[in-house]
Design a protein around this ligand. Structure first.
Ligand SMILES: Nc1ncnc2c1ncn2[C@@H]1O[C@H](COP(=O)(O)OP(=O)(O)OP(=O)(O)O)[C@@H](O)[C@H]1O
Ligand SMILES: Nc1ncnc2c1ncn2[C@@H]1O[C@H](COP(=O)(O)OP(=O)(O)OP(=O)(O)O)[C@@H](O)[C@H]1O
Ligand SMILES: [Mg+2]
Ligand SMILES: [Mg+2]
Lengths: 251, 251
């Protein structure tokens, strides 16, 4: 889940899709690549209170199997948590050969334990996001559908192209998810069509509409699926999860 | 204008306050510290089409006086524009002594030409944001008033404290601005009071309410003050500008 623009719903989407995939019976892992650890926090953890985080994995001091945690209240969902120390990894990795592959290599020993792995990237195109793109087979772009969304998509696609060319030929853009979609006006719909058209990107359906239920959920350490299971947002993310995991036969 | 959380209104606030200060007759400079150059773009420039940007200043290859531009349609407002190359400055600066002071030193020759200088920081606490905090005398925290807002404020205040201790004793926290404030529910109001109370921060008034007018403005390269001068958002930012620039005698 990548988009260098801030606050476009990357974390919310990873959490909701991870919970939805687990609900479908798929063993799921969500990876928090953001030193701000919002995903880790939203799942109910205290990022400052963890004795080990993804940073220890990046430093080669602990394997993923020892750092990942099960998510309370969501059977079948694990998290590889982040902590602020991960900001140090960005600096540490900058000058090392093979710096893009650290996450990919670290995930290898556990890949057979999961059906779905979702990676939450920070709002930048730096080495952490590049690690996410290098480890992945697909990238989904959460899009806030406001004018500034255009700004970043071109650059993001260039970064993806670089990753594909130099370090990960398996990487495919799965498409765009419209997040916090405001369909009271034509503005958001226009931006969404325009981005899909200009960059020839699949627009995944349905859009996830704006709802106060999303604002409430992280406060109680829950995903939208636990906090408001019948809400339009939960329904939307479940449908998106089915499509992305190829479980469209369900329901 | 600092807050490492993404999409909380830093850029919108810098643009609106800059335009409002210029309207008050104050000579104003807005500095775009974000490689994503959203402020530069929102002011009507093409960041990829600039022959020189803040990056050239950071590399010591051009003085601010040659790189700043006047903002079309906003008399009295200049911009120090960003470009994606600024991401390279973050890497370049990391290992250099005095890396926090690059912006502060670069601004010295032009400080007597401006009454107000506003700096737009990227969504991180890295060396670019630290340069902004080191150059400034005051920091304003735009707050989105959702649960994840808490997450970052503590860390941001610690960073500000470090900057104050080690490189810039003049730095003061001017307060919090509630951005895209949703007062249909108690949630946002509760978060705002709670942040102000817990961290003993002044809550600047009034809050800037959510409005579609803000989404429209960057699309036409205008601030809210030009795009919708009579709107509640424009009125709110004008009042905030008066307070922050000490021009509260007006109106
Ligand atoms: N459909 C929605 N309706 C209303 N609010 C939403 C919705 N989706 C997400 N949000 C809220 O928007 C804010 C930003 O979302 P989120 O943190 O997921 O974005 P992000 O892209 O991960 O941000 P960052 O760039 O800082 O990592 C959060 O407070 C979240 O709760
Ligand atoms: N009062 C408001 N009402 C509605 N939308 C708003 C309001 N203020 C800002 N926005 C919109 O919210 C989005 C995020 O705002 P903005 O880009 O200013 O945040 P930011 O903190 O600078 O983001 P980043 O962390 O990516 O730099 C923009 O599309 C902007 O137009
Ligand atoms: Mg996030
Ligand atoms: Mg910004």
């Amino acid at each position: 889940m990548a988009n260098q623009k801030g606050g476009v719903g990357k974390t919310t989407t990873v959490q909701a899709l991870g919970a939805a995939a687990a609900e479908l019976g798929l063993r799921s892992l969500v990876v928090d690549l953001d030193p701000q650890a919002c995903l880790t926090y939203s799942l109910g953890f205290d990022p400052d209170g963890l004795d080990r985080s993804l940073n220890d994995v990046f430093l080669g001091q602990a394997p993923v199997a020892e750092v990942r945690r099960t998510v309370p209240g969501v059977p079948g969902l694990d998290v590889l948590p982040a902590a602020i120390e991960l900001a140090g990894a960005e600096v540490h990795l900058l000058t090392r050969t093979g710096r893009e592959h650290v996450l990919a290599r670290a995930l290898v020993p556990v890949l057979d334990q999961y059906d779905v792995v979702l990676v939450d990237c920070p709002p930048s195109l730096s080495v952490l996001t590049v690690n996410g793109l290098t480890a992945a087979t697909g990238v989904v772009i959460p899009l806030q559908c406001e004018s500034l969304s255009f700004r970043g998509v071109g650059q993001l696609l260039e970064t993806i192209e670089d990753v594909r060319t130099f370090v990960n030929p398996t990487l495919v853009v799965r498409g765009v998810i419209a997040t916090m979609f405001d369909d009271r006006t034509r503005h958001a719909r226009h931006v969404l069509e325009e981005v899909g058209r200009r960059y020839e990107l699949p627009v995944l359906q349905p859009p996830v509409r704006k709802s106060i239920r999303f604002a409430e959920a992280p406060a109680v350490g829950k995903s939208i699926l636990q906090h408001a299971p019948g809400s339009a947002g939960a329904v939307a993310y479940r449908e998106l999860a089915r499509q992305l995991t190829g479980s469209a036969v369900a329901t």
